[in-house]
Design a protein around this ligand. Structure first.
Ligand SMILES: C[S@@+](CC[C@H](N)C(=O)[O-])C[C@H]1O[C@@H](n2cnc3c(N)ncnc32)[C@H](O)[C@@H]1O
Length: 253
């Protein structure tokens, strides 16, 4: 069309636009999580920051996470994949119990290094990844866990991770993940805080809620059996309640 040059029009409009304050894209998981941990590191010692960055309660919740995995059948000589292993809240207590193998992956190099150091298991793998994906062979894991990880992803990213978990699980293997949901009164405050944070355009990982109906549809789509779904307040193990709700899915034997 003569005289119509959209690129030139866009350039003109941009020249008139006020300067944009650049925030990392919330879907750039690596940038958001690395920046989040870096911000915490400016406020306290390195070791304190490593524990605070993954939500704190290091000893208490690490023991609960381990007990939950044992409760749902992690074999003592099995292979566990810990997605979003953070700074080793699970890996540390696990290192004294699991005689088998372990792969912990996370986006944030500082956290992975800390997890590796405090677990002191040179035979285990700790790896930094860049987005989504499990660097593990098909059909090799007895269990894949995501503690407080899908809580920070978009639904399509969570589904992607569940596909990955199904791929790396052995037949009969199980996938354990924690999640936030609106029916749980204790989770509502997290939602309110997230709204406040969104209004201030604070830089922090997403907080995502997953409804049980969505989990059932995802499991069906993935051909996984729902073994259990539990309220966050349920003490599934004697060590205590996780706080987040819990889901266990199983790959057909
Ligand atoms: C709340 S922390 C929980 C850490 C650990 N699972 C635990 O329970 O102690 C969430 C962790 O997930 C990691 N994470 C977020 N998105 C991820 C992704 N796409 N792949 C791997 N890790 C991710 C974060 O870097 C962070 O270490």
């Amino acid at each position: 069309m003569p005289g119509f040059h959209p690129i030139r029009l866009i350039r003109k409009a941009l020249a008139r636009a006020p300067p944009v304050i650049r925030q990392p894209d919330a879907t750039d998981l690596k940038a958001v999580n690395v920046a989040f941990v870096a911000a915490i590191k400016t406020q306290m010692s390195h070791d304190q920051a490593m524990e605070a960055a993954i939500g704190g309660g290091f000893q208490q919740f690490g023991a609960i996470e381990l007990a939950v995995l044992r409760h749902y059948g992690l074999p003592e000589r099995g292979h566990l994949v810990d997605v979003g292993c953070g700074s080793g809240r699970l890996a540390q207590p696990l290192s004294a119990w699991l005689k088998g193998s372990y792969l912990g992956i996370d986006l944030v190099p500082d956290l992975v290094a800390h997890a590796s150091r405090i677990s002191a298991r040179p035979d285990w793998r700790f790896e930094v990844i860049d987005h989504i994906g499990i660097p593990e062979a098909n059909g090799s894991a007895d269990m894949v866990c995501f503690f407080s990880v899908l809580t920070h992803l978009l639904h399509e990213q969570s589904f992607w991770y569940l596909e990955e978990a199904r791929r790396v699980l052995k037949p009969g293997g199980r996938l354990v993940f924690s999640f936030l949901e609106f029916r749980e009164p204790g989770h509502l405050q997290i939602f309110r805080d997230t709204v406040t944070s969104a209004k201030r355009a604070n830089l922090q990982p997403l907080n995502t809620f997953i409804e049980r109906g969505a989990i059932e549809v995802w499991a069906r789509e993935l051909g996984l059996r729902v073994v259990d779904i539990r309220d966050g307040g349920d003490a599934v193990v004697t060590e205590g309640a996780l706080g987040q709700s819990l889901c266990v899915l199983e790959k057909a034997a």
